[in-house]
Design a protein around this ligand. Structure first.
Ligand code: UD1
Ligand code: CA
Length: 451
């Protein structure tokens, strides 16, 4: 049993961004979301998040934690102190995480917490060997190998800067001992900040034991301070996601050009072809062929769907549907089983019944379309009069001739036929034929007379 405190109040100056740093996304999700999810997966019983810069934006994005304000960002030690009251009644272990260290998995954190709880130390600090330690606090050992202190990059001398073992910014602490010593932390350093790592030195000087836990999961300890590190973390998380999918039976033809957000689910024997983006909470069934050149955002896709060259978002596609090339399926659409949507088709906020064909050049908006409808090339639903949107209803087994305009609101009954080139402004009863176009006139020998 342990509680978690996450530090996320910093502005992230080095990001040079209007957005608070912890809301920048990797794998399609804000960094802070990754950190909270990892804590929850570790078995934490409560998560408190210290926020300050961009607090309102963070609260809009995240709601399943307790927040505490740090109004002035005076350093990581001060940030923890801001949560003193929140943990006034707590005993046992407090896990401290940083909102800008998003790659740590629940599994790794579990090992870390378990090691701390076995150690009987006041604090355990997570450290990692970094190929490039620039920007991190360096870990200094005593001659006997035990913890001595952490020196921040900006305070480090030339020799200390050579050290590649860094503080990952993740700690397990005896919560009572931690808050007992925190107020003794000063700010006499290069940045004039209250450094959390200094509390370790203070506890040590008071006779407490400090443990070092060296991660065997170094690439998870990457801290994100710059957009270059953001891109590096994004690549790592996406590579892991693709590996996880391939290990579960999904073919990824070209991992280099396939971008799958971390919450996307894909069924067995689905093949993902190059230049494909699967975003948000998209789920895809089994035996599909997705791509090349597909972007799916928040899509629910059934089994055996084939899609190429298209953008589909916030919509549902049932089993055995074929999509593309060059298709845009927009929010609120539900595409029934065995539907074929061909080239240059847009569907918006519409239901398309089973076995219906939309083979080429259609705009179908705000429409409820039945089963086995054949929609001719160039059909357009005229759903907007400049002020309001209206719905079109098309029954089952309807045949719509090429280049038809359906001026909504309008209903076309089951089994109706519409002649090519019609502009339908009135309801079409079931099983009838509607033709709404000017009759053709042929003027004999017109060209001769013209001369
Ligand atoms: C910190 C550590 C450093 C460690 C590194 C690991 C300190 C002093 N330094 O440095 O030893 O190697 O993390 O990535 O702790 N924050 C607040 N309030 C503040 C300041 C920071 O909430 O007043 C939050 C930030 O939002 C961020 C986290 O604390 O999520 C770390 O702050 P940051 O400024 O990024 O620290 P680093 O310089 O990376
Ligand atoms: Ca940092």
């Amino acid at each position: 049993m342990f509680e978690t405190l996450i530090l996320a109040a910093g502005k992230g100056t080095r990001m040079k961004s209007k957005l608070p740093k912890v809301l920048h996304k990797i794998g399609g999700k804000p960094m802070l979301r990754h950190v909270i999810d990892a804590a929850k997966r570790t078995g934490s019983t409560r998560e408190v998040v210290v926020i300050g810069a961009g607090a309102d934006l963070i609260k809009q994005e995240i709601s399943d934690v307790e927040f505490v304000m740090q109004n002035q960002q005076l350093g990581t030690g001060h940030a923890v102190l801001c949560a003193k009251e929140n943990f006034a009644n707590s005993t046992g272990t407090l896990l401290i995480l940083c909102g800008d260290t998003p790659l740590l998995t629940g599994e790794s954190l579990k090992k870390f917490v378990a090691a701390h709880e076995k150690s009987n130390c006041a604090v355990t600090v997570l450290t990692a060997e970094m190929p490039d330690a620039t920007g991190y606090g360096r870990v200094i050992h005593e001659d006997d190998g035990t913890f001595k202190k952490i020196v921040e990059d900006k305070d480090a001398n030339a020799i200390e800067k050579q050290i590649r073992e860094v503080n990952a910014g993740v700690y397990c602490a005896d919560v009572r001992k931690l808050f007992g010593a925190l107020e003794k932390v000063g700010n006499d350093n290069a940045q004039g900040e209250y450094y959390l790592p200094d509390v370790l030195t203070i506890l040590k000087s008071e006779g407490e034991k400090i443990a070092i836990y060296t991660a065997d999961f170094c690439d998870e300890t990457l801290g994100i301070n710059t957009r270059i590190q953001l891109a590096a973390a994004d690549q790592i998380i996406r590579r892991h996601k693709l590996q996880e999918l391939m290990n579960s039976g999904v073919t990824i033809v070209d991992p280099g050009t396939t971008f799958v957000d971390c919450d996307v689910e894909i069924g067995q024997d689905t093949i993902i072809k190059p230049n494909t983006y699967l975003e948000g909470n998209t789920t895809i069934g089994e035996d599909c062929e997705i791509g090349p050149n597909i972007r799916f955002t928040n899509m629910k896709v059934g089994n055996n769907v084939k899609a190429q060259f298209g953008y589909c978002h916030d919509a549902e596609i049932s089993d055995n549907v074929t999509i593309g090339p060059y298709v845009h399926i927009r929010p609120g659409s539900k595409i029934g089983q065995n539907v074929k949507i061909g080239n240059f088709v847009e569907v918006k906020n519409s239901t398309i019944g089973e076995d219906t064909k939309l083979p080429h050049l259609q705009y179908i908006g705000d429409t409820d379309m039945g089963k086995s409808v054949n929609v001719g090339c160039g059909t357009v639903t005229c759903n907007y009069d400049g002020k309001k949107k209206y719905r079109t209803k098309v029954g089952d087994n309807v045949f719509i001739g090429c280049n038809t305009n359906l001026v909504a609101p309008v209903n076309v009954g089951d089994g109706a036929y519409i002649g090519a080139g019609s502009t339908i402004t009135k309801d079409v009863p079931k099983n009838s034929l509607a033709i709404a176009r000017a009759r053709q006139t042929n003027i004999a020998d017109w060209n001769d007379k013209r001369k």
